[in-house]
Write a protein that binds this ligand. Sequence first.
Ligand code: FAD
Length: 608
Amino acid sequence: MKTHQYEALIVGAGGAGLMAALYATKGGAKVAVLSKLYPTRSHTGTAQGGIGAALGNLEEDSPLWHAYDTVKGGDYLADQNAVKVLAEEAIDAVIELEHMGLPFDRTPEGKISQRRFGGHTSNFGKDPVRRACHAADRTGHMILQTLYQQCIKHNVTFFDEFHVIDIIKNNGAVVGVVAIELTTGELHTFHSKATLFATGGWGRVWSVTSNAHSLTGDGAAVVYRRGIPLQDLEFYQIHPTGIYKMGILITEGVRGEGGVLINRHGERFMEKYAPNIKDLASRDVVSRAIYLEIRAGNGIKGKDYVYLDVTPTTVNRYMAEAGKTDRLTEEDIEKKLPDILEFCRVYLGVDPVKEPMPIQPTAHYAMGGIPTNINAEAVSDENWTVIPGLYAAGEVACVSCHGANRLGTNSLVDLVVFGRRGGKSIADYVKHADFVPLPSNPEREVAAELERIRTSSGKTRPGELRKSMQQTMMDNVGVFREQANMEKALETVRELKDRYNNDLHIDDKGRKFNTDLLEAWELGCLLDMAELTTISAMNRKESRGGHYREDFSQRDDENWLVHSLLTKPESEAPYHQGAQDPIVNINKKVDMSLAETDERFKPKVRTY
Ligand SMILES: Cc1cc2nc3c(=O)[nH]c(=O)nc-3n(C[C@H](O)[C@H](O)[C@H](O)COP(=O)(O)OP(=O)(O)OC[C@H]3O[C@@H](n4cnc5c(N)ncnc54)[C@H](O)[C@@H]3O)c2cc1C
């Protein structure tokens, strides 16, 4: 067991982690970044369509309109103080990325190019607006590379392929983490004054997903096991357009460039569901519309998919009908959406320039996570009590700037805006905070759990459990939800957990580079996230954003303008066996600070 000491630890090297590491380092803190993946393999690298900022390079725009769209898109559950920060600081953050060298696409005048995206409008919902700043359809890749280069330039220390498996607490403060080094199998203790989690999402809970294998919710699960609450887990976004059966994301940028959704009768069906901005309505609205079309037998060939058509003939026909003068050519599509074309040509044998793409909704983004304030400090309750030493940013965090449904392009903004704020707060904090001592044997429990998994000799393979969990979650805790189905899902997940705890079997019994062991450990995190998501969804008896209940189909602002906080009861052992019931707290009110002075931010019926 090796012990290291750093003033600040950043767990995760995606956009949020790298931005936080950069700012904490620039602020004078001694920082280490721990990442289970080599940093540039982090999932931020797959983000396609763009990062939202009201630069107004191509059309008039303003941060207030961006804030309005975000609050409305989030179905009024977003904390409005956080939304204000997001929309206002997005502009400066994007310009900062540009100055760091990020190669954005350009307008003919040399400004950062912008495209339309779902739910982004001008004039408080009037017309779609070009707000998404993009580098072709590889925006996240460019952000990740740019930030990594900046971290290297500023001598940030990296521990690559170090898998964090526990946090260490003492006297109520978070004082470090335990990690396993993949190459050696050795455990390391990292002692810190401040620890920021930026470990991304948990899309692998569902069977059809845009998320990579690594997105297993580790950060959320490990803090939950140590008594830190998780917020708003019922709000998980199912993105409308994944490649049929594979889930690989087709960016909303395709619809931003004029692509349209078509059912088997050749109808542009979004005209029925969102008469004003049609295919560019927010994701929850479009995903539900696709499901409704499929249920009505309007899927292509009667199956569970529809078409996304970006062929110039179709796009230009609709542009002309709408009285728009812009036209799309095959060359435009090749230039602006190269990765999407390649995915479809390689995986489907479909050429989107000439024919429509078969798509279905795909699990995509966690709106919930570790609750934080606008300085990325983790909080434990409705009184915003700060948990000393713990910070979170990016997808694993819930500063609640996305509320019940995230708008496209707002995650990348979230990473850089709140990652930067987190880095700055950590730099300030470590200047005056002392190291709280480590407890004795901080790795004891998690080492025992790893040993249990490594030496397990039951009958059940992790893959079997994973598949069953993913299917039950897709079928019962997806776009449409209902009490009896969710109860069924909970029962299944708990049975799977029981088998995970008592009947597991993995093949690799070695210690070095044991990915078998770590994948099995990650499955434990996924099972926890599946269980907690289902419990949170059963508890919320209304429909809002990404959480749609057929048995409570209306939004209920009177009773449910609140966040859900789930906390593990103190009496439970960290590595519990079998089922457990979290404490559910629904007293944390939504911040309505913009609505207090501006009527337009008050909850109203959401139409697009
Ligand atoms: C296909 C796709 C396209 C997208 N397109 C867009 C877009 O155009 N615009 C937009 O705004 N958003 C987009 N998103 C969403 C956005 O990309 C993600 O929400 C965001 O990149 C998450 O960044 P992050 O820094 O929070 O985490 P990630 O980039 O996922 O990084 C997580 C990091 O945590 C590390 N980690 C995880 N667990 C552990 C552990 N146990 N120990 C140590 N390290 C750990 C990983 O190694 C990694 O470095 C897209 C998402 C997908 C899947």
